[in-house]
Design a protein around this ligand. Sequence first.
Ligand SMILES: *[C@@H]1O[C@H](CO)[C@@H](O)[C@H](O)[C@H]1NC(C)=O
Ligand SMILES: *[C@@H]1O[C@H](CO)[C@@H](O)[C@H](O)[C@H]1NC(C)=O
Ligand SMILES: *[C@@H]1O[C@H](CO)[C@@H](O)[C@H](O)[C@H]1NC(C)=O
Length: 619
Amino acid sequence: MYISTVTLATLVIIPVLLKIFAPYFWEDVFYLKELVRILLTFVSRRKRRPLFLAVDRFIEQSALHPNRTFILFENKSYSYQDADKESNKIANALRSHACSQSGETVALFMRNEPTFMFTWLALAKLGCPVAFLNHNIRSKSLLHCFSCCDAKVLIAAVDLEDALTEIKTALEEKGVCVFIMTKECNTPQFISFTDKVESASDLPVCRSLRSQITFKSPAVYIYTSGTTGLPKAAMVSQTRLLAALAVLASNGVTAGDVIYLNLPLYHTAGFLIGFIGTIETGSSIVLRRKFSASQFWDECRKYNVTVIQYIGEVIRYLCNTPKKQNDKDHKVRLAIGNGLRTDVWRKFLNRFGNIQIREFYASTEGNVGFVNYIGKIGAIGRVNLFHKTLFPYALIKYDTERDEPMRNAKGLCIKAPKGETGLLVSKITDIAPFVGYANNQQQTEKKRLRNVFKNGDLYFNSGDLLRIDSENFIYFQDRVGDTFRWKGENVATTEVSDIVTMIDFVEEANVYGVQVPGHEGRIGMAAITITKGKELDCKNMFSHVASYLPAYAQPRFIRIQNCVEVTGTFKQMKKTLVEEGFNPTLVTDPLFFLDDKDKSYVPMTEDIFQAIVCGNIKL
Ligand SMILES: *[C@@H]1O[C@H](CO)[C@@H](O)[C@H](O)[C@H]1NC(C)=O
Ligand SMILES: *[C@@H]1O[C@H](CO)[C@@H](O)[C@H](O)[C@H]1NC(C)=O
Ligand SMILES: *[C@@H]1O[C@H](CO)[C@@H](O)[C@H](O)[C@H]1NC(C)=O
């Protein structure tokens, strides 16, 4: 009796104490358990001989559940078995017609369509690394990307044939074999491929074709969408691909789930998380050519979608669509992605119902990642000691003016204290390797940081500024270079744009710093788009900015654009805007200037410009 009372009391008291002193105790324990489970699966798979690769998991799934739906695309459905057979055909056709050997890199140039997935599966079965060319790029940039990865074979969709015709002379000089997914090819140098696939056998290719592969071998090359300079090809090894299998599963996705994939397959989110993640769970994918805000929810309802993938802008676009009665009528229970801002996060949950958000942090080439497994609004993850032991990382103090980590008298980096923003660096180890970019030693070296806490140590420089709060939640602050310094203060562009977009007539805001003759640093400027049916209210804009932002962070100039230019993954383009600055003779868009005396934004004129340049107007 006595014991049972004590037990009962303990059972009641411990959870209460935990709730007070360690409010996230069970979530942390559960996450730890997941980490251990992932690690054990990974280790046991790594031990299998012959080598067990990500593609072997697909083969396993299609043997186990041949009739289960794998891909739904534009009213057509493909089972796991269909995908298996189709990829066998492509593999066999390549074997009999390709000008290259198995094991050599092949470039893939396609939009989101099932053939993209089948072709990757085929090449993986043949043991060929695959370079995913971004289908938006053309001419010089396309040739640059293609050349990065030393491919001798290029497989392209027929709707992209014209882009290749533009560079056909260069391709010919390099002796590249170009296959076009069509039955008859218009360009004599290119080879039609669909006819060859159709007549090929659907029997599996021999596993020995993959025997030369090791876990360090490249599996795919993914081009990182830098906002400056030409894209770089990040090598994703077989180990990494094997690890990527766990991403959806570890977030509770199971075979019964239907995943809505509308992000480009040539990027990490679409390919590694959406596609490879689905192979592990054996779920179904609803594939879309591209994101459409207006059709998003209708399609989720039509296909009974349960899991969506996002990047921050996608959620912002969804929140900007006109409200509907049936906004909460859907089966979506989980959203996985990154880049979701606090304000949009709240708006999204209020409007579309109780959807679990799994915001994570990761980069294509980086060697550390976090996931916010608690659902704390605004956070990208949480410090977990076990995770930190496996992947030693730290936030170090960063000098945004000189664009480099601060160093002490001994030349070593300085840890940023809790609550303060610092640069994320992560130790390069065997389980957290950084392999770098294909054929780009210079860019690879730039991401390596030496002598961080000890002479001779080696870290990966993420280029991201993060902050850890007193409860151990991790917050994304900015990307290095996405901050500017004005009057001795650091201004985070995303922070300013979050404030500016709170105004109802501002649809989107792209914030950056511009140089002013005779001034140190850069002054804030915002390129904005106006919400449909509204117009710019200069006084209102001024009072909002003045009440929410310190003087140094207020955008001194506003530029009105019809649309905000973005990269393939919706990252805002700033380079040209920064270069054009606030000179009214260079900028054709309407320009406004924050006038302190008038307490309003006023139209920018040549006179104001000259007065600023001469120093007659004090900024
Ligand atoms: C899959 O479907 C085919 C044809 O409908 C059927 O013959 C086969 O038994 C099914 N396989 C399994 C494992 O359910
Ligand atoms: C899918 O089917 C619906 C109804 O059958 C049709 O209206 C629509 O155009 C089809 N979509 C495509 C992309 O074929
Ligand atoms: C979606 O679910 C409903 C109810 O469970 C079912 O009737 C319908 O057939 C499902 N639709 C699809 C495309 O699976």
